[in-house]
Design a protein around this ligand. Structure first.
Ligand SMILES: Nc1nc2c(c(=O)[nH]1)N[C@H]1C(S)=C(S)[C@@H](COP(=O)(O)O)O[C@H]1N2
Ligand SMILES: [Mo]
Length: 376
């Protein structure tokens, strides 16, 4: 399966106004709701520009409010003082933080599973690394005063369901309180130095880096602090849950053997050259690797379909949730070659050559990235 076969050259604005201004290499893989992934060669910037950032919606895109300072976030549930904080006050009262951090959809890689699983067929491009500006969620939770009983969050946003047949809200997920209190979990109002675009959650969203993107709630209006795991839309036994130990296609679905998908697995992509490119015999490669909550230990390149591997050079990430950029040099004979990249995380988990860990909803497929290039 090859993401580069997907159509790229059309006007997004004609297709959906919510994608106006997006690079044509951000291509639509779902129309209703609107979902679009980024071709790996469009992820070649150290910081992913907003026009190249993937899009994932479960309901409708919220029309921009004309009064962002009055957009209000409520914090209630297991807190000493329930809060209703206008965005203007959030910006004034709490310390601003800017960090380049990964956001990745839990379904990224799904298209590589065989047999095919239901859900949006992502290749490797349901991920990006933008610079997010906001305040720490922990500072806001401290202002509300967490009770001893606070264990879990529940997130609510302003996006309406697609139609009457869909549940409303279209998504309402949550995280354990420890992740909410992580200093890197942010309430974000700016992306790459500008107000969030409507499609990315304007005027306020969560960014819970390293974890499946579904908990990074857009158009955020309320965080409910709970004693127990949240039970909102898509917190059911099927969604964003993975088997605790490996299963096979055809195994009976036993919800008691599944656990919540939290951190994403290790992945790498070659961002230059592009799939299908003509290259020189002395070919320079660039790419990126990331591994959810974990550092990337190494990235390797193969020009002989995995028979041998050479080490890529790694750049130091700026923070624990930044991606690791890599470079490598390969010498190629005339003709067409496959180039593969494989990353390994700090625990020694490496990307498999083909997607492993099949599960019914198709989460966490992270096979090595393979591109084809031609010399001559
Ligand atoms: N309110 C709301 N927040 C949401 C979603 C959504 O449908 N509605 N989708 C989630 C999912 S599944 C992902 S992967 C990320 C994608 O963020 P992006 O569209 O800014 O790339 O947003 C998350 N936040
Ligand atoms: Mo997602």
């Amino acid at each position: 399966m090859n993401e580069q076969n997907a159509k790229g050259a059309f006007s997004h604005a004609e297709r959906d106004p919510a994608l106006a201004g997006k690079d044509p290499r951000v291509y639509v893989i779902g129309e209703n709701p609107l979902v679009a992934e980024t071709r790996p060669d469009a992820l070649d910037d150290d910081t992913t520009p907003t026009e190249k950032f993937f899009v994932r919606n479960n309901g409708k895109v919220v029309s921009p409010t004309d009064d962002p300072p009055r957009w209000t976030l409520s914090i209630d549930g297991e807190v000493e003082n329930a809060l209703a904080l206008p965005l203007g006050e959030i910006r004034q009262k709490f310390t601003h933080v800017t960090q380049r951090m990964m956001l990745e959809c839990g379904g990224n890689g799904r298209a590589f599973f065989s047999p095919e699983t239901k859900g949006v067929q992502w290749h490797h491009g349901g991920a990006g690394c933008a610079e997010w500006t906001g305040v720490r969620l922990r500072d806001v939770l401290a202002a509300a005063g967490l009770k001893e009983t606070a264990r879990f969050t529940g997130h609510f946003g302003a996006d309406p369901a697609l139609d009457a047949e869909h549940p409303s809200p279209p998504i309402s997920r949550g995280i354990p309180i420890a992740k909410a209190m992580d200093e890197n979990t942010l309430l974000v109002f700016a992306m790459n130095g500008e107000d969030l675009l409507p499609v990315h959650g304007f005027p306020l969203r969560l960014v819970v880096p390293g974890w499946a993107g579904s908990v990074s709630h857009k158009w955020l209006t309320r965080i409910l602090i709970r004693k127990d795991r949240h039970d909102g839309t898509l917190m059911d036994p099927w969604h964003y849950r993975v088997p605790a130990s490996p299963m096979n296609y055809g195994d009976k679905f036993d919800p008691t053997k599944f656990v919540d998908l939290e951190a994403m697995p290790v992945r790498s992509i070659i961002t230059s050259p592009a799939q299908g490119a003509r290259v020189a015999a002395a070919c320079s490669l660039r790419g990126a690797a990331w591994a959810g909550d974990r550092p990337v230990r190494q990235v390797e390149i193969s020009k002989d379909k995995g028979a041998s591997w050479q080490q890529a050079g790694l750049s130091a990430p700026k923070n624990p949730y930044d991606w690791t950029r890599f470079t490598a040099q390969v010498t190629l004979s005339p003709g067409t070659h496959e180039l593969w990249s494989r990353a390994t995380d700090s625990e020694g988990n490496a990307q498999p050559e083909e997607a492993r860990g099949w599960n019914p909803q198709g989460y966490c497929a992270n096979p090595v990235h393979k591109i084809e290039v031609t010399v001559g």
